[in-house]
Every structure is written in C-alpha cells, then in structure tokens.
Design a binder for this molecule. Structure first.
Ligand SMILES: [Zn+2]
Length: 598
C-alpha cells in the first residue's frame, strides 16, 4: 500500500512540508468544467482541493504525488502539477477534515547525544506475550486494576520486550496496539480539580525514547492514583495501551502531534539498562520567539547577561512570594537581542545562575509582558551542561564576542523580533509577508519581491484614457467626445490603458494587487491595451487569453503603501512583472545555501 505523507496540516498552514513532493490520496473527485474538485487526504487529515488543469485522469481513491501546489484561500489547496501514483479502491486510514486553527511548532530541536549506540539486550528475552492494549479473554490489566495495589502497579517481568517497542514518533490514534520503551524525563505533581459537576485528579509525564522521540502522557483519577507513586522521574519503562489524542501545546514543548492518555488497559513494566538520554531540549531561538503564541511552554538557551535583585512582594491572594529578573542573550540575530526572564518564588534562591553563564531552560512560559518575556513555572529546570550541543555553540559565541555585549542589546519586542528574524534568514518574500504588514509598520513605501502565480484576473482590464501626452487619466465620453476633467482636454478619440486587479498566490496564501499599464503589458507579453480591446470583440478571445494566463508564474515586485483617504489601509501595487529566470534563481538559492556555511 502506498505511503501517504503527512502534509495536509502544513499545506493548510502555508508551511514548508517535510517532503517537497508529498503523496496524498484523493478520497472524493468530481469534475467541474475543465477543473477537478477533489478531497485529498494524508491518512490523518483531509482538505478540499482543486486540480486546475488535469493532466491525467484522477479517480476516487487514487494516490497522487503533488509536484506543485498553492494555497488559494484559507480552506482550499490548488494542485498545479501532479502524477497519479497508484489506483486503489478504498480510503487509507480514517482522515478527518483539517480544522484551520492549527497549533504552532517549536522550531529547532537539540538532543542530548547518547554516548554509545549499542542497544540494551538483557531485557529482550524472547516471549510471545502480546501487549495488552485491548481487553481480551483471560486476565487483563483492567481486571487486575484494583487488585494490584499501588506498589505492584508496575510490572517487573518480561511481558513487554525491546523487540515489541516501536519509536514514539510513529505513535498515532489509528494504531491501537503498541509498545514503547521510554525514559520519564519529567513528572508533574498530582493536580486536583473541583468544578462542582466534575471533580478529579491528574498527573502527566514526558517520555523520551532512544530514537529521540518524545511524547507527553497524562493519567487521570483512578489510573493517576494507581501509578503516581510508582512512576519515578528519570526511570525507564515499557508502556503499552492508552489513547492517542491531539497534543495541546499550551502544556508542553514536545513537538509530537499527539499525546497519550493512559487508561485502565495500560500496562507499564520496568525496563532496566538503557541508552536513552536523560533529557532532550526543543530550544526556541530568542529571535524566533515572536512566532510562538503567548502562554506556550518553551525550552530556551541563552547566556545570562544581567541578574537583577530578588524582590519580595505580596500576591493578589495575599501570599508573600518573590521574583527576580535576569536577561538572556543569544546568537540568533545580529546585533544580539535580549529577552527578560522572570524567576518566581523559591527558585530565586536556588537557581545558581551567574552573569556570563550559558544556561538551557527546560519549560518556561512565554508572555507578552514588555513585548516578549519568559517566566519560570513549577516544572522549569535549569541546565548548565557542556554536553548539550547548544551549550558549546553559545559558549563559543559568547567568548568570541566578549566585550561587545556592554550595550543594551536589542530588546525583543514583537516588531523588532520580526525584523531580526528577517535579517537572520534573508530570502525572497512570500505572500505571508504581505499579511504580516500593517498600517502601523508601513510608514514609507515598502517593496516586496514575490515569486507567485497569477490566480485571478478581474475582467475589466482597461479604461478609456486621455490622449493628451503624459496625462493618461480616465476620460468621460459624452456624445462621441471624450473629455478629461484632469487636464481639461477634449478629443473625439481616446486610448486604452491597463488598470488591472490581480490575485497572486504562492504556497503561503493569496494577495490581491492593483497593476498599472506597464506591468500588465509585460504580463501579456507586451500587448497594449488598445490591441487587446480591439481583439476582445471576438467572443472567444478574452476567455482564452485569461485562461491561458491564469496559473502562470512570475516574479512580482509589489509596492506597499498606506492609503489614507478614508480608513487607513494597505495598498498593494504590482510595479514590475518579470518572467522567472530559472538559471538565476538556482544561482541565488545556491548562494543562500553557501551562506549557511554547512
Ligand atoms: Zn488628460
């Protein structure tokens, strides 16, 4: 069976996909004129799509490989180039329609390297016992639930083995029977809630396996009571059975799309020796922090630039506590930027951070106080371990630049962070950049260079223009006389000039722009508006011309200005249309790659 690529979520979010040419299954297809209206699925999610110019017949259940696609609107993907890979007769998986509000991803991932690649073998004694993920005849974990008692809740035998364990990264809601072997890298306190009608308790753990996969897991009520004392932080266990659901990134830095809810069918067994590292970090660089939603939990690495005094204060609930501000810097932008971290409570006395220390902070909460800032939470842990790769990188950077950090650095505010991020990753613009601009940021004309497809051309393409040299203003016709109210010129003829409204689309979205005469002439291969107007009398001509031009690709230079006539709003005008020079584009990408110096 064909392997589908998990691409619907990134496609819908306008993000870069793991695979440039992903395979998807067409779960529904119907033709509409020349187009094909389809639903595509990656086995997990599905979304509506349009195949603009079908080059091969696409039947229901066909697996297609997408070579070029665009995000037309928020909800629809346009497939420009594809091939049919396989014809099937059933849906793969159980895809759910993709909901547009997606969670954000943390950007980079640093793993503590294992010192050896040899795998433990002592606990892999061969056994035919299958993991008990479902109730079956005979004694199950669920039947034993109340008989176990707290101490014996974790099995100490060989029912689950290394041979059965699969990588955490492969866990998904559709695979009901699984075993993982993982280290508990973090365990929360038992939390209780009481909301009148619902009452209960829970605790959660974070798991890490030898392949670097991580996932968060939660135990509720009886199950929580059963395992809370038995599960030890840093220990390694086999886990089997439990439900997978979408991860909630408000509670974790782990990038896994799902999280586990352990239940009565769960089996947990001790696993002794293991090469699984004790921690991994999904560090977000300081300059990328504005891409992260407020209140998200992050891992962050930086150098301590300043440590403020610890201040005691009384909370709204009349509780005495304390806080201490430190500022962190890192090498993610040039000049370096600074982010404040507030340490709360007893951690003020225990943190052991000194000026100049490289620190890696596991689980801090992002807030928008003062632009962008960070706060410790109960589960925050601070590492100063030279074995962590990012430690070395920051340490070298700090030593090489010592003395140049005397200034304030750039305080990371939302706007500044966007600028820094731009500077760090220099690249051509994308449509998403249009969406990120606002009347507050565009005070002078700004220019974007965007490689995009023409996805929409409004049918009124030209206007009657004044024949007075250099005027080109719109004229009014009255009894065969064209009058220009701008230069007061009257004539029995007029000329046509283009004034077009175009939609341009790339993989990040769609933007409507105006385009004046020169740009539109270029778009139509130097055809003048007068020529087009003359030929438009042929009934088939305009539909043919516009159809041919739609979904062709150009480099557009777009001028962005703030229009202040009524409500201030942004105005996008295409001032140049350039055919794509593929050789030049390739060279520019090559030089970009060289800049990364890898
Ligand atoms: Zn005029």
């Amino acid at each position: 069976m064909s392997k589908l690529d998990r691409c619907i979520a990134p496609l819908m979010q306008g993000k870069t996909m793991d695979k440039i040419t992903p395979c998807v299954q067409v779960t529904e297809a119907r033709s509409s004129g020349q187009k094909l209206i389809v639903t595509i699925s990656d086995g997990i999610n599905s979304c509506p799509a349009v195949i603009i110019k079908p080059s091969q017949p696409v039947d229901q259940y066909a697996v297609i490989k997408i070579y070029e696609s665009l995000k037309h609107t928020k909800e629809i993907v346009i497939i420009v180039k594809y091939t049919v890979e396989e014809r099937l007769d059933a849906v793969i998986g159980n895809p759910k329609p993709y909901a547009t509000a997606g969670a954000s991803d943390t950007s980079s991932s640093d793993k503590v390297k294992t010192t050896s690649t040899s795998k433990s073998s002592s606990s892999s004694a061969s056994t035919s016992v299958q993991p008990k993920a479902k109730k079956s005849s005979g004694t199950t974990a669920a039947d034993n639930f109340y008989d176990d008692g707290g101490m014996s809740s974790i099995l100490d035998d060989d029912k689950l083995s290394n041979d059965q364990a699969k990588p955490i990264s492969n866990l998904n809601p559709y695979d009901k029977v699984w075993v993982i072997k993982a280290r508990v890298t973090q365990k929360s306190d038992m939390k209780h809630w009481d909301k009148g009608t619902s009452k209960g308790s829970l605790f959660s753990i974070e798991l890490l396996d030898e392949y670097g996969g991580q996932i968060r897991a939660t135990f509720f009520n009886d199950v929580a009571k059963k395992y809370y004392d038995a599960i030890k932080e840093r220990s390694v266990y086999f886990f089997s059975g439990g439900k997978l659901k979408d991860a909630n990134r408000k509670f974790t830095t782990i990038p896994h799309p799902y999280e586990i809810t352990f239940d009565r069918d769960t089996v947990i067994q001790n696993a002794r020796d293991s090469e699984i590292p004790t921690d991994t970090f999904n560090c977000t660089r300081l300059c990328d922090m504005t891409n992260v939603e407020d209140n998200m939990i992050l891992d962050v690495a930086g150098v301590v630039q300043n440590i403020g005094e610890t201040k005691e204060f009384t909370t709204k609930n009349n509780r005495k506590t304390k806080r201490c501000n430190i500022s962190l810097i890192d090498d993610s932008s040039s000049p370096f930027c600074t982010v404040d971290l507030t340490i709360w409570g007893d951690m003020c006395d225990t943190h052991d951070m000194q000026q100049g220390d490289v620190v890696i902070l596991k689980s801090v909460r992002k807030s928008n106080y003062g632009g962008v800032s960070l706060n410790t939470i109960n589960s925050t842990r601070i590492f100063k371990d030279p074995g962590i790769p990012i430690y070395q990188q920051l340490s070298e950077w700090y030593q090489n630049n010592e003395g140049s950090f005397d200034g304030e650095g750039i305080k990371l505010t939302q706007k500044q962070a966007a600028v820094n991020s731009e500077r760090t990753f220099k690249r051509k613009n994308v449509i998403a950049d249009c969406k990120n601009m606002s009347v507050d940021t565009v005070t002078a004309p700004d220019y974007l260079t965007i490689r995009a497809y023409v996805s929409y051309i409004k049918h009124e393409l030209w206007y009657d223009a004044c024949t007075n040299k250099e005027c080109n203003k719109k004229v009014q016709q009255n009894e065969g006389i064209y009058h220009c109210s701008s230069c007061n010129h009257s004539s029995d003829t007029c000329t046509r000039k283009f004034l077009a409204n175009l939609g341009i689309t790339d993989w990040t979205g769609k933007q409507y722009c105006n385009a004046f005469n020169q740009a539109v002439e270029k778009l139509f291969s130097d055809m003048t508006a007068d020529d087009m107007c003359a030929r438009a009398a042929e009934p088939e001509y305009m539909p043919y011309l516009l159809g041919e031009k739609t979904f062709t690709r150009y480099v557009f230079t777009v001028r962005v200005t703030t229009e202040t006539t009524k409500e201030p709003k942004l105005k996008f005008t295409i001032i140049r249309v350039t055919p794509i020079d593929y050789a030049r584009e390739a060279k520019s990408i090559l030089s970009l790659i060289r800049d990364y110096d890898i």
